[in-house]
Structures are given as C-alpha cells and as structure tokens.
Design a protein around this ligand. Structure first.
Ligand SMILES: Nc1nc2c(ncn2[C@@H]2O[C@H](COP(=O)(O)OP(=O)(O)OP(=O)(O)O)[C@@H](O)[C@H]2O)c(=O)[nH]1
Ligand SMILES: [Mg+2]
Length: 275
C-alpha cells in the first residue's frame, strides 16, 4: 500500500487539529463532494481522530494540543477516481512545538518527523506584516526623552509574519519536501463563509508581501490556498441548526484554490499526492 508522510505544521491556534477533525468526519461520512473517502479497512487506532471529529460535528472548538509529543494520526483513505488506497500519516503537533523553533529549543520528535516527511502542509492565519514592538521607541519625536530600555526577548511579540518565516526557514532547511501547501486558515472570515471568493495567492501577496516573497523564493512550486475547516466562525452562532444544516448538505468546510471554492477538505491532500 502506498504511504505518505505529511508534516502538518503551524504556529499555535492556526487550526491544525480542527482540520484533522473536519477532514476525518467528511472522509468517514463519504461526502459526495470529496475526491477521497475513508477506506473500509480502518487503521487500528482511530481514537484521536474520533474525538476531534466529534467536536467538529458538534460545532465546538477543539482543545489546544498540549502534549510535547505529537499524537500521530494515521488515515487510510481511498481515492475515488482510481480506487487506490493509501495510508497518510499526519502528526497533530502542538503549535508550541513550532514556536520552540524560534526560541531554539526544538523538539527531537519534530526533527525526526521532519526527516520522515515527504510533503509539508503548513497552516497560518495571523499574517500581520512586520511590526516589532521592541522597536516602538525608535524615532520618537524630537525633544522627547528616548527610552533606551529594550524589553526582554519574547518570541510571541514578534510580528506573525516574522514568526512564520523563521519556522518555515527551519523546516525547509531541514528537508527538501517533494511538495508543499501553504494554507491560510479561517478562510470563512475572508470570504464571508465562502460566499465571496478571494484568490488566496493574491490575498497573501497584498496582505503579507514579505512572507509571500519568501515563500516564492524558497519554494517556488508551493501552492497557496485558503481553508475553512469549520466552515464558519462558531462565535456568534446562536442556533445550532445553522451548523447542522451545513454539515448535512456537505457544504460546510471548504478550501479555495485559485478562484474556486470547493467543499472538499481532502483536496489539498489529493494534490500533494497526485500533482
Ligand atoms: N473561524 C474559524 N475558526 C477556526 C477555524 N479552524 C479553527 N478555528 C478556531 O481556531 C482556534 C484554534 O484551532 P485549533 O484547531 O485548536 O488550532 P491548532 O493549530 O491545533 O492549535 P494548537 O493545538 O494550539 O497548536 C479554535 O478557536 C478554533 O475554533 C476555521 O476554519 N474558521
Ligand atoms: Mg491542536
């Protein structure tokens, strides 16, 4: 059986675990809009998958991933167009594990995973361009007393763009991935829950030019997509029926590739395998 190791990476709160939960629910329930489905021959341990997909179905946020080691998730899936069955290993690492890269306290588990991975699926949502709080006192108005005190280093105060570049530089430096996807998560917020498509690549280019430039320079073939694993923001939804109806119709979670919205969370994996 064909095997693919896909490193699912991203800073804290970027939607990695939610993606795994939504993906598994839709694979298992064989959404007709998807290119892949769960194979009938299940893997031995689906406990972590089931707990994430139950939360997705209920429309409640998943817990932050806290363990130092990843809960490795094995998906056995069938490609509908040719019947090929393959195993995809995706680790559910905590975002803190990736933040440790910036603090140079990297985890061995992550390094080993990086070594074993053939493809990279990188998720990001906060893409603010470079503002460094440490620099706030530079260039104060003439006459004002300049504050020479530089605050202690705090990786969380660096701009999101700088944090993402540092993590990506580390991962791309360790391994030459065969393929890479850069997914901007919470894409429901940008597109009004998928009603107003917005080209993800153009969006990244205009909202975070340095990050876009870095990606295109380091990994020119990387695919930039938008992804909404929840399909909508849970905050502010008073009536659960809104979520239930979207789930039943198979038009809840979506990805946007180019200018096309597709209700298929398996599509990025399909592209990593086949293109
Ligand atoms: N609006 C919206 N919110 C989302 C989406 N996906 C995840 N979220 C929210 O983003 C937050 C983080 O989601 P997680 O899946 O826990 O993110 P994570 O990357 O696994 O986080 P760590 O485990 O801390 O690394 C939660 O509050 C989710 O409800 C989405 O598609 N749309
Ligand atoms: Mg998580």
């Amino acid at each position: 059986m064909k095997q693919m190791n896909c490193l699912l990476a991203g800073l804290p709160d970027t939607g990695k675990s939610t993606y795994i939960g939504g993906l598994w629910y839709n694979l298992e329930n064989q959404s007709s809009k998807m290119k892949m489905k769960a194979s009938r021959e299940l893997v031995d341990d689906t406990q972590h998958l089931e707990s994430l997909s139950d939360k997705w179905l209920e429309g409640v946020r998943v817990d932050r991933t806290t363990e130092d080691k990843s809960s490795s998730v094995e998906l056995r899936i069938e490609q509908k167009d040719n019947g090929n069955v393959l195993n995809i290993n995706i680790p559910d690492f905590s975002g803190e594990t990736f933040r440790q890269i910036i603090e140079m306290t990297n985890s061995k588990d992550l390094d080993d995973w990086c070594e074993a991975a053939d493809t990279l699926f990188y998720m990001a949502n906060n893409l603010d361009p470079g503002h460094f709080e440490d620099d706030d006192n530079i260039g104060t108005v003439e006459g004002e007393k300049k504050n020479d005190e530089v605050p202690p280093f705090n990786s969380q105060k660096m701009s999101a763009c700088a944090q993402n570049i540092m993590v990506l530089k580390y991962l791309l430096g360790r391994k030459q991935f065969k393929k890479m996807i850069f997914a901007i998560s919470c894409w429901d917020k940008v597109t009004g829950n998928g009603i107003n498509p917005e080209n993800p690549e153009s969006w990244l280019k205009s909202h975070s030019p340095v990050l876009y430039n870095f990606l295109k320079d380091q990994q020119p073939d990387s695919l930039i997509i938008g992804i909404s694993a929840q399909g909508l923001d849970y905050e502010g939804i008073d009536d659960d029926a809104v979520i239930t109806n979207k789930t039943k119709s198979g038009e809840r979670a979506f990805v946007e590739i180019g200018d096309e919205i597709k209700y298929d969370l398996s599509l990025p994996l399909y592209m990593l395998i086949n293109e």
